[in-house]
Structures are given as structure tokens and as C-alpha cells.
Design a binder for this molecule. Structure first.
Ligand code: ASP
Ligand code: MG
Length: 440
């Protein structure tokens, strides 16, 4: 069985839902994971923020606007009157529930309940649409099987057991539809797999059913060799290894949730990235195979904070780094990049939530310099650190101020830390020279 995940734009308009219908209606048994319609989760986040800040009326206004928008889509999508009114009833119950939540005390669980509604809406609407088109599909509730543990990691044995159970009890069908992103936590409350988490849902299901393949359908023809939002002349990469894809997803390639390949890597289940609007395009195949050496792709991750920790006594002072790491550990903040010299250690974090506490602790043992608004530019390729062209990086970037370099931490990745204001220029230069669109 295959698992196919469709992102927000794929279910964001009637035309795209029609494309999805054609893609999945091929006579083979499959699990279809859906995101919320594009824009919905962002709006739910903003509703939650209003409720948290006590702006109840703003929240209710936004709920009502969204409610009306859904009715417009439903009228476009469902011409069958009984399905149309059934879906409107379902959707109205969801939006009435959201209005009720504005009166409740705001907690993390209330926030998670709000965020979960987008996927519940899209899956219900899409299943009804298939029904209208004469295609049988069975809707499975992700909350009946998808669960994270106390460390917010997917509880795979639980998911496997419960998914099999849910599948056995479901009406036999060629198409099983379920919600991406949402899950229960270890206390049985509604939670989620973080923003963009529907990709992760798909590969988690892929892993527990040992799927033949997981397909992630988006609005772009695969993973590009540079960020197409900022750089001209990027192109889709046809093959990536799991290692390369994991590095790219982690360091900023927005197309994939950072954990996407983790569940399927062990069993070498291939992940194919495809474009709903252009199904005939090859897309990107992520598999255990490596192809070609040298730099294959460039990605950038923003909102990085660099911290330089300087201690006169670091020289030959064993245990210094341990103390530094412990401070980050007790403040539940993970470190991305790190470089050391004899007198200082520079490191980066992408989560500033506990920065204040971290700095207060660090200041007791060293002098500190902090730079915000940094970006990590990550160059990925099989064995890139051994490649003969890698030295050219320094030539290409001679005018860019590089704050840190991480080279050889993994042989597939070279990371550079730069000021975010230099990012677009740096990405374009790397693109032009490394992919030989221009020669030096
Ligand atoms: N709807 C969620 C989000 O916007 C999950 C996803 O789309 O993957 O983050
Ligand atoms: Mg996504």
C-alpha cells in the first residue's frame, strides 16, 4: 500500500481537489493524508492569539469570516444538495465550537484544539466530495491512532497497533483518508506534530504499515537545488539520499517538515515529492541510493541567534564545555552549529524562548556576545566535504562576511552562518557559480 499526502494548496481550491481526485482514483489501495486548506492553520493560530490576549471579539469575528469562506467553498465543491447540507452542518458545528472556546480559560490544550480544526474540516469536505463523484472512501480519525509520547516523539508501537485496528474496523475501501498534523499527546489530549507536520504524519503511517512508498504532493515539482522564493534559476533535484534530504529539511528547505524522512529511513521506504498541478513531472525521489558527488542543494534557515562565549580560563580548563552545554540542556534549547577555538566557543540556536535565562547563566562563567538575525546557509551533497570543487566556496564568497563555518560535522553538509541581510545575495551567488550557470 502507498501513502499519499496532499498539502494545503492541493485541497485549497475546487480545481486542485479535482486534480487530487484524479491522482488518487487509480484502482490501488492507499492511505491519503490531508493538510488543512491553505491559509486555514495560520488563521486558526491568529484566532488562538486573539483569545489568549483577551481580544474575544476579534477572535469571534475571525471565526465568522472563516465560517463564511468555508460555505463559499462548499457551495462550489458540492452540488449534491444532501451532501452540501450535511457538510455545512458539520462545518457549522466546528465553527460554533470555536466560538464557545473563546469563553474558556486559554491553555495549551485549548490552543491545540483550535489548531486541529483545519485538518478535520478538509478531510470531511474532501471525503464528501469523493462520495459526490461516485468514489468510495473511508475517513479514518487520526486521533484514534496518532499519538506522541512524553518527549513529543511519535509512539510508533501504539500507532501501529491502533492504526491496524482502525483499518480492520473501517469500511473496506480503496481509499482511506485521514488528517495530517493532529495527534493525541501522552495524556490523551489533542496535540500536533508541529507546523508542517502532515508530511510527518504520512511517513509515520508509511513506517508502521511498511508502505511501498510515501508520496508528498505539494505545489512545486520537488525539492529544488536552492530556495525558489529568493533565487532565480533554481531547478528540481531528481534524486536525493535520505541523509541529504534530512539535512536539507532540517536546515530550512521549507518544502518538508524537518522530521519527514526519520520514520522511513530505517526500512528504506522511498519518499517521492510530487506536484499536484503537474503530476507528470518526475519530482524528487528520496531513497537509500546516493547519486553523484559535490554540492547538490543549498538551503537557508532564518531567525538564528549566535552566541559567542569567551572565557579567559577556557584554555586547558577541562569541563568548561560541559558546563556550557548543561546550561542549554536545563533550558531545553538545542544547539545547531558550534565552533570552538582555544579561548571561545561560538554556537547557534533557533529557539529564543529561554535566551534570557541562558544568557544569565552563561554570564556567570564567561563573557558573552549575542548576534540575532543570523541565517544558516547549508550546502548539501553526498560526500560534499571531500569534493574537489569545495574550495571554490571561499572564492565565491570572498565578499560575504561569514560568521561561522561548520565543515565535516557530517560529510554531506557544510554550513555557513551569515547575517540574514546578506542571505539572498549569498544564495544567488552560490547558485550561479556552484551550479555553473556562471563561471568565475
Ligand atoms: N496544517 C498544518 C500547518 O499548516 C500542517 C500541515 O499543513 O502540514 O502547519
Ligand atoms: Mg508543508
Amino acid at each position: 500500500m502507498k501513502v499519499l499526502k496532499f498539502g494545503g494548496t492541493s485541497v485549497g481550491s475546487v480545481e486542485n481537489m479535482c486534480n487530487v481526485k484524479h491522482i488518487i482514483n487509480d484502482g490501488n489501495k492507499k492511505v491519503v493524508v490531508l493538510s488543512a486548506m491553505s491559509g486555514t492553520t495560520n488563521r486558526l493560530v491568529s484566532i488562538a492569539q486573539d483569545i489568549e490576549a483577551g481580544r474575544t471579539n476579534d477572535a469571534i469575528d475571525k471565526v465568522n469570516v472563516l465560517h463564511q469562506n468555508y460555505f463559499i467553498v462548499i457551495d462550489d465543491l458540492l452540488t449534491n444538495t444532501s451532501l452540501n447540507s450535511d457538510v455545512k452542518n458539520y462545518v457549522s458545528r466546528i465553527f460554533e465550537g470555536l466560538v464557545e472556546l473563546t469563553n474558556r480559560e486559554f491553555t495549551e490544550t485549548v490552543e491545540n484544539i483550535i489548531l486541529a480544526q483545519g485538518e478535520l474540516l478538509s478531510t470531511y469536505m474532501f471525503t464528501s466530495y469523493l462520495k459526490q463523484e461516485g468514489i468510495g472512501a473511508s475517513l479514518l480519525s487520526a486521533l484514534d491512532f496518532m499519538k506522541i509520547d512524553a518527549f513529543k516523539e511519535p509512539d510508533l508501537p501504539h500507532i501501529k497497533r491502533h492504526f491496524e485496528n482502525v483499518l480492520n474496523n473501517a469500511e473496506d475501501s480503496e481509499i482511506y483518508i485521514t488528517q495530517g498534523f493532529i495527534c493525541l499527546n501522552n495524556e490523551g489530549q489533542i496535540s500536533n506534530l508541529q507546523r508542517g507536520g502532515s508530511d510527518y504524519t504520512a511517513t509515520i503511517i508509511g513506517a508502521v504499515i511498511k508502505a511501498e512508498e510515501v508520496q508528498i504532493w505539494t505545489d512545486i515539482d520537488g525539492m529544488h537545488n536552492n530556495d525558489p522564493r529568493y533565487v532565480e534559476n533554481t531547478s528540481a533535484i531528481s534524486n536525493l539520499s535520505f541523509e541529504e534530504a534530512a539535512e536539507l529539511a532540517y536546515f530550512g528547505a521549507k518544502i518538508l517538515h524537518p522530521q519527514t524522512v526519520t520514520p522511513v529511513r530505517k526500512d528504506s521506504i522511498p519518499v517521492r515529492l510530487k506536484n499536484t498541478m503537474k503530476p507528470e513531472a518526475h519530482g524528487t525521489l528520496i531513497s537509500k541510493n546516493t547519486s553523484g558527488n559535490g554540492i547538490k542543494a543549498i538551503a537557508a534557515k532564518d531567525n538564528i541567534t549566535a552566541i559567542k562565549i569567551k572565557s579567559a580560563r577556557m584554555l586547558q580548563a577541562h569541563g568548561f564545555l560541559k558546563k556550557v552545554f548543561e546550561i542549554f540542556e536545563t533550558n531545553k534549547t538545542s544547539i545547531d552549529m558550534i565552533t570552538t577555538s582555544e579561548v571561545a566557543v561560538s554556537l547557534t540556536i533557533d529557539d529564543n524562548k529561554n535566551l534570557e535565562y541562558i544568557l544569565a547563566e552563561l554570564e556567570k562563567i564567561a563573557s558573552i556576545e549575542v548576534d540575532k538575525n543570523q541565517s544558516i546557509v547549508c550546502l548539501v551533497g553526498h560526500s560534499v566535504v571531500n569534493h574537489q570543487d569545495t574550495y571554490r566556496l571561499f572564492q565565491i564568497l570572498q565578499d560575504v562576511k561569514i560568521r561561522m563555518i561548520s565543515y565535516g560535522g557530517s560529510k554531506n553538509n557544510i554550513s555557513l552562518l551569515i547575517d540574514s541581510k546578506d542571505k539572498i545575495n549569498t544564495l544567488q551567488k552560490l547558485n550561479d557559480y556552484l551550479f555553473e550557470l556562471v563561471t568565475l
